[in-house]
Design a protein around this ligand. Structure first.
Ligand code: E4P
Length: 218
């Protein structure tokens, strides 16, 4: 399972990269705004900086919602760096654009997916990744993980090449369940990745090993 970090914060991206387990990055307009990155030129320059840190797929989201402008924005983004994946919302013109990008060999991430039907449509259109939002479904009392399970099953039934990128992953159990189900990718904040390190028995065991080692060196 690939690990993507879901942030536009360069320090966090660098930290996850330095851990040696990072495969890519996802961003969205809200994450860009959170870092105070506004304006076309600043946003594009920021994507380039991310691409300099991580040699993996970097999702950059279009802002347009009409076909012609989605194509224009997506082609511009794809020209920025070979690792850019054009992130397109699950809307009518978005699906049409994903088909266009797919035929042009431009990688896509179909975002804001909340149902199995939407995921089937994304795969039929030729999306490279589909992003079902686990946490946001949980937020409205719907089992987000069940959707991941459904999509993985459906894609396997038909051999769809679209990769299931579990998004809106909020905690370690989400990540572990995605791995059990067989999601291709999870994207999550840095704290979810670093939380994987933690177990109290590891801390207790290490303290004892070091204390016992110190006894022999007195
Ligand atoms: C996906 O690519 C989105 O950027 C993200 O995972 C949304 O997560 P959130 O629901 O925690 O905002």
């Amino acid at each position: 399972m690939k690990f993507f970090i879901d942030t536009a914060n360069l320090q966090e991206i660098q930290e996850a990269h330095d851990l040696g387990v990072l495969d890519g990055v996802t961003t969205n307009p809200s994450l860009m705004a959170k870092e105070g990155i506004f304006g076309h030129d600043n946003v594009m320059a920021h994507y380039k900086k991310i691409c300099e840190i991580v040699d993996g797929d970097i999702s950059a989201e279009v802002i347009a919602t009409d076909y012609e402008t989605i194509i224009k924005e997506g082609e511009f983004l794809a020209e920025l760096h070979p690792n850019i994946v054009v992130k397109v919302p699950m809307i009518r013109d978005g699906v049409k654009a994903i088909r266009y990008f797919s035929e042009k060999g431009i990688k896509t991430n179909c975002t804001l997916v909340f149902s199995a039907g939407q995921a089937i449509l994304a795969a039929k259109a030729g999306a490279t990744y589909v992003s079902p939002f686990v946490g946001r479904l949980d937020d409205v009392s719907t089992d987000g993980m069940q959707l991941i399970d459904q999509i993985v099953q459906i894609y396997s039934n038909y051999g769809y090449q679209t990769q299931v990128l579990a998004a809106s992953v909020r905690h370690v159990m989400h990540l572990v369940q995605c791995a059990e189900i067989g999601a291709d990718v999870v994207t999550c904040p840095l704290n979810v990745i670093t939380s994987l390190l933690n177990h109290p028995l590891t801390d207790i065991g290490l303290s004892k090993f070091l204390a016992d080692h110190a006894k022999g060196n007195k």
